[in-house]
Design a protein. Structure first.
Length: 140
């Protein structure tokens, strides 16, 4: 009887150890799947140019958003103050389109920005605003 209790306890400890190893394996597998899916859906913004206003208080930032292979690149332009780092999340774009084209920006004065789009592979506008606050946008 004493031997069977000891054997039963041994088998119970072995079963618990196996379940723990299997549980850690499943948790590790789920973690790897989650990490791969997060990395696959991740996008990054690449600033291509910035053009300061004549008074030096703000700038037009042109940037490209690059995502994974299943999402086409997009181009954007934003106006942001110069007293803090540019952030596409904080400084919303006034121009956005799917695809690639060269975007040239210049300031005519502190309240007028000229935007020229050099032909490329743009496939449709996401945004095409005529002004940002009191700043007028002239498209050429």
């Amino acid at each position: 009887m004493a031997l069977s209790l000891r054997t039963r306890g041994l088998w119970l400890r072995i079963a618990i150890a196996i379940l723990a190893v299997v549980g850690m394996g499943i948790a590790a597998m789920l973690g790897l799947i989650w990490y791969a899916l997060e990395a696959f859906a991740d996008c990054r913004n690449v600033i291509l140019s910035s053009t300061r206003s004549p008074d030096g208080t703000k700038a037009v930032y042109v940037f490209r958003q690059e995502c994974n292979a299943t999402v086409p690149d997009s181009m954007y332009a934003s106006i942001a103050p110069m007293d803090r780092p540019f952030s596409p999340d904080r400084n919303h774009a006034f121009l956005g389109f799917v695809g690639n084209a060269e975007v040239l920006s210049s300031w005519r004065e502190n309240e007028v920005v000229e935007i020229a789009l050099m032909p490329g592979r743009e496939r449709g506008f996401i945004r095409h605003d005529e002004s940002v606050g009191n700043i007028r946008i002239d498209y050429k």
